[in-house]
Write a protein that binds this ligand. Structure first.
Ligand code: F0G
Length: 341
């Protein structure tokens, strides 16, 4: 059989994951994402900064790391359907892995608050997409209740297998940075990902400062209380009551890190900066990590990784709202030359 140069996460990290040889594996060969240096960002903050491009995963976000494990485990348990509430990326990822597994995917999304690309993904992969007139937090309460009563497997990050899969990003970072990492900057929504990174680092005995960033209009961890009506341009992290609240706070406290808020304006500045100055197009929520680093500084760290959680193509509407637009021109040489040169 052809040896696969880059197998999926379960095969690559099986000894650190709760999967035995012979267990079913549902994979799209996720993980193994690039870590690119960010020279202009580095110059701005006075530290060596790297960008972990999680948008390079099969469905364009880090969620695939936790979905290969959660859906594989669900299949092992005999599940015939999986469900989640989502601001979009978990929905897209669930839909893809459910399709791959040959089981039904069901997703609840907040009406009108999910980026276009994510909605298209969830639908084309064949999930049942239910739009509710409530936010993510309301959706999560509903799917928890549904999964308690019915034979459908819940794969939000309250599912331990999600955290197990997502911790592999830390393993990769340590390989890519040769173990030398002083701080991690990461956006925080439902707080599963920061929990997973911390678990991964801790399992390797490495303890970089965990610096979480929330959008100012959806910053319950910063204010210390749930936010009833979270609001932000970064729709992926429009969450008012994170499920992994305590664990996220524990990660930041134990590592000497912190949680801070960044405004939508700071997020969009970082979003445009990354695209124009580094050639990296991420989604607005992902840019919160870089917005936070720019706003609060390197804090003495010499080598920093910023997690860019999702691909910019997920949210074309926000991208188009941030640019001047196209140059309309007659199909004539002279006209084009004078328009652009
Ligand atoms: N960045 C992106 C692009 C996300 O989609 C999410 C979460 C986060 C960051 C925050 O990660 O929740 O683990 O703290 N998206 C979830 C979803 C909520 O439904 O797609 P977290």
């Amino acid at each position: 059989m052809l040896r696969r140069p880059m197998p999926g996460l379960i095969e690559r990290y099986r000894q650190y994951l709760p999967f035995a040889e012979g267990d079913p594996v549902v994979s799209l060969e996720e993980g193994g994402t690039p870590l690119v240096p960010a020279p202009r960002l580095s110059a701005r903050v006075g530290a060596e900064v790297f960008l972990k491009l999680e948008g390079a995963n099969p469905t364009g976000s880090f969620k695939d790391r936790g979905m290969t494990t959660a859906v594989s485990a669900a299949l092992r348990e005999g599940a015939e359907a999986v469900i989640c509430a989502s601001t979009g990326n978990t929905a897209a990822s669930l839909a893809a892995y459910a399709a791959r597994a040959g089981i039904q995917g069901v997703v609840l999304v907040p009406e009108g608050k999910i980026a276009l690309g994510k909605l298209a993904q969830a639908l084309i992969y064949g999930a049942k997409v239910v739009s509710i007139n409530g936010n993510f937090d309301a959706g999560l309460r509903l799917v928890r209740a549904i999964a308690d009563e019915h034979p459908i497997s819940l794969v939000n990050s309250v599912n331990e297998f999600r955290i197990e899969g997502q911790k592999t990003a830390s393993f990769e970072l340590l390989e890519q940075m040769d173990g030398a990492i002083d701080a991690l900057c990461i956006p925080v929504g439902n707080a599963g990902n920061i929990t997973a990174y911390w678990r991964g680092f801790s399992e390797r005995g490495v303890h970089p400062r965990m610096r979480g960033f929330q959008a100012a209009g959806a910053a319950p961890l910063v204010s210390g209380k749930p936010v009833e009506n979270p609001e932000t341009v970064a729709s992926a992290i429009r969450i008012g009551n994170p499920a992994r609240w305590e664990q996220a706070m524990e990660a930041m406290t134990a590592s000497g890190g912190a949680v801070n808020a960044v405004t939508d304006e700071q997020i969009l500045d970082a979003y445009r900066f990354l695209a124009r100055e580094e050639g990296v197009f991420c989604e607005p929520a992902s840019a919160a990590s870089v917005a936070g680093l720019l706003a609060f500084g390197a804090g003495g760290a010499e080598r920093i990784a910023c997690v860019l959680t999702g691909n910019g193509l997920k949210d074309p509407d926000t991208a188009l709202s941030q640019v001047d637009g196209v140059i309309a021109c007659d199909a004539e040489l002279e006209a084009i030359v004078s328009a652009v040169l």
